[in-house]
Design a protein. Structure first.
Length: 202
């Protein structure tokens, strides 16, 4: 799925994936940090820090990625920030993406974290064709109880693989996603580094 604008796929309150072919300048708070990853050529990739005082979210992303922040409310999802990396070997046939959604607890409709998780997975299975759930497990993120899923979606475009983690704090839902298209370029190290770096200020 390649386009000259932001392509969004939604299921319930969760943003499934965002793919970009954009180069848009944004103002943000970032600094180089000692936090390393390795790309397919085994070269060191530094990470930058996105820090949003309004939401209390602090998260790291690879320094060779682009960023779009404060995308606002799209289909009920308050997209705080989106990070993306397109192109490998000077082609656009490859994309990695991560984003953070912060939305009101009202979207939970009184559900507990477990109930929200179960209904979300059911909704994904009912909504998406060729949906394959690879992992579903309780976890901890930013010191808070959370749930993590990893799945693939196949369709007319190359298969997409995505990991999502969600947690609750101060009457808000925080959803952090990492995806890759095609799924063969899903990088577990990058995914875990981004998720582990999340800090939601208390």
């Amino acid at each position: 799925m390649k386009c000259d604008f932001i392509c969004l796929i939604f299921s319930g309150p969760l943003l499934l994936t965002i793919m970009h072919a954009l180069d848009v300048g944004q103002e943000f708070s970032a600094a180089a940090v000692v936090f390393f990853d390795f790309d397919d050529n085994s070269s060191i990739v530094n990470y930058l820090v996105f820090d949003d005082m309004g939401s209390g979210v602090r998260i790291k992303y690879p320094s060779n990625w682009n960023m779009l922040d404060k995308l606002g409310n799209i289909s009920g999802n308050n997209i705080l920030v989106d990070f993306y990396h397109t192109g490998i070997n000077n082609t656009l046939g490859y994309s990695e993406n991560a984003n953070v959604i912060v939305t009101s607890i009202d979207a939970m409709q009184g559900k507990s974290l477990d109930e929200f998780t179960n209904s979300t997975i059911t909704n994904l299975m009912d909504t998406l064709s060729n949906f394959t759930l690879q992992e579903s497990a309780s976890t901890v993120i930013s010191g808070l109880p959370a749930h993590k899923i990893t799945y693939t979606v196949a369709g007319n475009q190359p298969e997409v693989k995505q990991t999502q983690v969600w947690t609750l704090k101060d009457n808000r839902i925080f959803v952090i996603s990492y995806s890759a298209e095609p799924s063969a370029y899903f990088n577990p190290r990058t995914s875990q580094n981004i998720l582990d770096s999340l800090l939601i200020r208390r």
